[in-house]
Design a protein around this ligand. Structure first.
Ligand code: FO1
Length: 319
């Protein structure tokens, strides 16, 4: 096969720093245009928590379900064709139902919790689930140790991430953030080596504060990404000053950054040499460059799988 200038070389190893829904859509696009076994996703675990005694890993599950073709297309998380028998009965009993766990999703949580109880690591359990779902790309939890995002909310104290995000529907302004346990946490197996060996590293269009930062702040992870800066490209999760999903744009302002792709550029300046921004933000390209990142302007809104694949192709062509 002759490689044209627009054909991406097939043998490059790609590492993707990933949060939940935005990262999952990007990865699904990437797997359509690149050899799946050459893709590794390093997935945030700081949203993880325990409920009903179960080990819940929302970002890992969002990525796994999306790549396995099982995700609920309306929410971007949880399972398609889900049923809610357990949750409804729990509600009747007066149990905790603020975090919606469907029946199919619960089976995955039962499996994960049992395996962790047997002594397996989260890395091992994630691989077992991926193998069962036929996912060829490698999904690596960023750490096997407990890291827990907490947020200090305006007019209140510190709360756990899912309390802020789901119970309070991220409606309260954030004053500060911390990642409990991050000082002691080690990167999961293969996390550092996959970053060192990658031909290109992509920071997915995820929330920089609560999805990407708790990966970058794990010992050694941020350092290797900084060292590889010339091979790192970030994708802005902000388009036209707004996040497509979640509170990222409000958080930019609340935490003292410009509420635009320029704010994203200032957050990633040390880690990435290029920032992918949407056509809608083309007039901010010069400001992104002034912040120290090459700007790549393309369509970043992944409204369907074809657009996600086109974004992935554009990203690969610019790394
Ligand atoms: N997000 C919600 O807004 N409400 C929910 O009830 C909810 C349940 C849920 C269950 C399993 C799962 O894997 C994810 C779930 N999410 C829910 C999404 C999740 O909390 C967030 O999208 C991430 O943690 C942020 O990346």
């Amino acid at each position: 096969m002759t490689l044209g200038s627009d054909v991406v070389s097939e043998d490059r190893r790609i590492a993707v720093v990933a949060g939940g829904v935005g990262a999952a859509k990007f990865l699904r696009g990437l797997l359509q245009v690149h050899s799946n076994h050459l893709v590794t996703a390093l997935v945030n675990v700081a949203d993880d928590f325990r409920l009903h005694g179960l080990a819940i890993s929302p970002d890992l599950d969002t990525v796994t379900y999306t790549l396995g073709g099982l995700v609920n297309p309306e929410t971007g998380w949880g399972r398609a064709k889900e049923s809610w028998t357990v949750r409804d009965e729990l509600e009747r009993l007066g149990g905790e139902t603020w975090f919606n766990l469907g029946d199919l999703d619960l089976a995955v949580h039962l499996y994960r919790t049992q395996r962790l109880g047997d002594g397996a690591t989260l890395t091992e359990v994630t691989k077992e689930i991926c193998d069962k779902l036929g996912i060829e790309a490698q999904l690596l939890p960023a750490s096997n140790q407990e890291i827990r995002t907490q947020l200090k909310l305006e007019g209140g104290g510190w709360v756990d991430f899912q309390d802020y995000f789901v119970a309070q529907q991220h409606s309260v302004a954030v004053e500060n953030l911390r990642f409990q346990g991050i000082e002691e946490a080690l990167p999961g197996p293969s996390v550092i080596s996959s970053l060192e060996e990658a031909d290109a590293i992509v920071i997915a269009p995820s929330n920089p504060f609560v999805s990407v930062n708790p990966v970058l702040e794990i010992a050694g992870v941020g350092d290797v990404i900084k060292r590889r800066r010339e091979n790192v490209v970030a994708i802005s999760p902000i388009v036209g000053g707004a996040a497509l999903k979640g509170p990222a744009s409000r958080m930019l302002e609340e935490l003292g950054f410009e509420r635009s792709v320029v704010g994203i550029a200032s957050l990633y300046e040390e880690f990435a040499s290029a920032l992918v921004i949407d056509h809608e933000d083309v007039e901010l390209a010069a400001k992104v460059e002034a912040a120290g990142l090459r700007s790549v302007v393309t369509d970043t809104i992944m409204s369907d799988q074809g657009r996600a694949a086109a974004l992935a192709k554009a990203v690969l062509e610019n790394t």
